[in-house]
Design a protein around this ligand. Structure first.
Ligand code: SF4
Length: 219
């Protein structure tokens, strides 16, 4: 909200009147409230969801988290054990690595929106099936509609497969701009893969920086 106040001050300084600025701030606040309301509703839907069998093994569903006005959304595969316990995405070791790389790029996790394709933890962290991804995808679509990011960074091949509807090799397809609807997809490794293969950390960092640059670029 501080950013918004600063922006309005600039508008006033260049001649826009206070009423206009006040209206604008009110509109922004209404939009924010509306977004939070829709996401709260979505959270309730997830709590009752039995669309796929993953509801049987979850402690709780894990909705997305972060800036609801983010220009960049990170999307992983599904919650793991820590996320299932805490009800928040990317809070385990993989999440800590993601946070560290975002900070190394000069940003904070809170500036972005972070979620998963599947909102419930698969047993033994197995990869969700295509059917399970399809069952949960409408929830992700709702998050995308609400947040409306410019760029979506898919963390891992399973997340990328859910968007593109085909098998994806991250090694072959990472580092490019891929268009999906009106969004730009950037595909990269899942941080959990990088924990097992530390040599891939530089590449993950490069891709995260690329996603951030695209999100904030004017074109
Ligand atoms: S993974 Fe998604 S579709 Fe499956 S039960 Fe959980 S919320 Fe529902």
């Amino acid at each position: 909200m501080d950013e918004l106040k600063k922006y309005i001050k600039v508008l006033q300084e260049i001649g826009f009147d206070e009423i206009f600025a006040g209206d604008m701030m009110e509109n922004q606040e209404d939009t924010l409230k509306e977004k939070l309301k829709i996401l709260e509703q979505l959270k309730k839907e997830l709590e009752n969801c039995t669309r796929c069998d993953l509801y049987k093994s979850r402690t709780q569903p894990v909705p997305g988290d972060g800036n609801v006005n983010a220009r960049l959304m990170f999307v992983g595969e599904a919650p793991g054990a820590d996320e299932d316990r805490q009800g928040k995405p990317f809070v385990g070791r993989a999440g800590q690595l993601l946070n560290r790389l975002i900070e190394a790029a000069g940003y904070k996790r809170e500036e972005f929106y972070i979620t998963n394709v599947n909102k419930c933890r698969p047993p033994n962290n197995r990869t969700p099936t295509i059917e399970e991804q399809k069952a949960c995808f409408p929830f992700l679509e709702k998050e995308i509609e609400v947040v409306n990011p410019k760029v979506i960074c898919c963390l891992g091949a399973a997340a990328a497969r859910a968007f593109l509807g085909r098998p994806v090799s991250i090694t072959k397809e990472r580092g490019q701009k891929i268009y999906w609807r009106d969004k730009i997809l950037v595909l990269t490794y899942h941080p959990a893969y990088v924990l097992r293969n530390p040599k891939a950390e530089d590449t993950l960092f490069k891709d995260i920086k690329m996603a951030i640059e695209l999100a904030y670029s004017e074109d």
